[in-house]
Ligand binder design. Structure first.
Ligand SMILES: C[S@@+](CC[C@H](N)C(=O)[O-])C[C@H]1O[C@@H](n2cnc3c(N)ncnc32)[C@H](O)[C@@H]1O
Length: 436
């Protein structure tokens, strides 16, 4: 009793420990009904509960190890495909498949992944938003491997005698442990080359032996690698974290500490779709070329790609560091017409929208983080004169939720496209055009 009291905060009642899902080792034989969000197969256990099965494909009859259960669902993974192996099943290419927590879709033929994920998103929209995605909904695809130009890796430093040993790994999902790798097949060749060569020199001696440090890496598409770690001195940051990527003929400044798109090979397809969506809105009168508002603008990426079409451009981004880059990206003349007035704001997008009256049919583009649009932002959009919204999202579940809320305010899906930015993983980038 005394032992427990010592650790209690005085005057505060002890909180009951949170209920953990029961960990089990049970094995079942089940038929996989379909693929669901997250890339898992969905099956029913003999007691009727839904079970999400990693590594399974629709139609397969599998032996499944259930690893944890809750009252209404369970999770597990395939032990063996007993019968009806999917014709789309392939051997996983990476030795870390199932271990590092990334690339959980490697057992599915790369050529088929977009088709499966499109089906998952169609169902997400029906289930979450009660709205059907248009028939024309398509997924743009790019390289299946060697595409990822941005990554967070764990640098593991050790010492044997007086010789520093530097290794690299990924933090496993929902775990603190590290899966070490020598070559990651989804990273760009330039990033792999950097990790196998120069990175060892850079990080040897920088971090104390026995220490693990998370480092952000960015390949600007021309083979130049920039990096960032917490506590990086300013001089090293200026020299090694900042870089410039050329996208659709425009130079975009960024740094390895902030968000940037991670599939440069497919990014021009998204830029083209966004530019087409803007042109269509201006041409049909639903939006105007008076004002472009780019919310959750990061380094001002979409604004920089679109500014030649507008008289006034506003970017809104919470991260102060992004704002500095946005100022550069929207003020350096590199060939195209510039917007007449440019305003870069550092503020939460929802607060900016609530404070500023948007009383003309401005063109609005939003690209929020995985959590989607905050409620205040959705309300402010509904109360504004915006009749055409371009919504770019890296998380179709929150996109479907927000679409349902915007539909209550009169918005309808005019156009839906997806971009296979993250092959071998169940993630998909989407762009919706919503009008009212
Ligand atoms: C998915 S990124 C998009 C960035 C940019 N559109 C691009 O393509 O590079 C989301 C951005 O929103 C910013 N962010 C997150 N919450 C925000 C908020 N409440 N208000 C403004 N910006 C926010 C993040 O810092 C991040 O830069």
């Amino acid at each position: 009793m005394h032992m427990f009291r010592r650790f209690d905060k005085p005057g505060r009642p002890r909180r009951p420990s949170p209920k953990r899902p029961a960990v089990t080792r049970e094995v079942f034989e089940v038929r996989i009904e379909k693929m669901v969000q997250g890339g898992e197969g969905m099956a029913r256990l003999p007691d009727g509960r839904v079970c999400f099965v990693a590594g399974a494909l629709p139609g397969e009859f599998c032996k499944v190890a259930v690893t944890f259960t809750k009252k209404d669902f369970a999770r597990g993974h395939v032990v063996e495909v007993l019968e009806g192996a999917s014709p789309d099943r392939v051997e996983a290419r990476c030795p870390l498949y199932g271990k590092c927590g990334g690339c959980s879709l490697q057992h599915l033929d790369s050529e088929k992944q977009a088709e499966y994920l499109a089906q998952v998103e169609r169902e997400n929209f029906r289930r979450i938003a009660r709205i059907a995605l248009p028939e024309s909904f398509t997924v743009h695809t790019g390289p299946a491997w060697g595409y990822r130009n941005r990554a967070r890796v764990v640098v593991v430093c050790d010492q044997v005698g007086d010789k520093p040993i530097v290794r690299f790994g990924f933090r496993k999902q929902e775990s603190n442990s590290v899966a070490l790798f020598k070559n990651c097949p989804v990273l760009t060749p330039a990033l792999n080359e950097f990790l196998q060569g120069k990175a060892r020199e850079i990080f040897a001696g920088k971090f104390r032996p026995g220490r693990e440090m998370e480092v952000n890496l960015f390949d600007n598409g021309s083979g130049e690698i920039s990096y960032y770690y917490e506590g990086m001195p300013a001089s090293e940051f200026n020299e090694n974290a900042i870089s410039v990527a050329e996208i659709c003929g425009k130079k975009i400044e960024t740094d390895a500490s902030v968000f940037f798109q991670s599939n440069l090979a497919l990014l021009p397809a998204l830029v083209k779709s966004v530019r087409d969506a803007v042109d269509e809105g201006v041409a049909n009168g639903e939006a105007s070329d008076e004002w472009l508002i780019d919310l959750f603008s990061g380094v001002g990426f979409f604004a920089a790609m679109l500014e030649d079409k507008f008289k006034r451009v506003t970017t809104v981004e919470r991260e102060e560091k992004c704002l500095q880059h946005a100022k550069v990206n929207l003020s350096v003349f590199d060939g195209d017409k510039k917007a007449a007035t440019i305003e870069n704001v550092s503020a939460p997008a929802e607060e900016w929208l609530a404070r500023n009256v948007v009383d003309i049919p401005a063109t609005l583009i939003v690209d929020p983080p995985r959590t989607g649009l905050p409620k205040e932002a959705l309300d402010a959009i509904a109360d504004s004169s915006v009749n055409r919204l371009i919504y770019v999202s890296c998380h179709p579940v929150t996109l479907a939720r927000d679409t349902a809320l915007l539909a209550e305010k009169g918005f309808k899906i005019r156009r839906a496209e997806a971009f296979a930015f993250y092959p071998q993983t169940p993630h998909l980038e989407m762009m919706l055009v919503l009008t009212r």
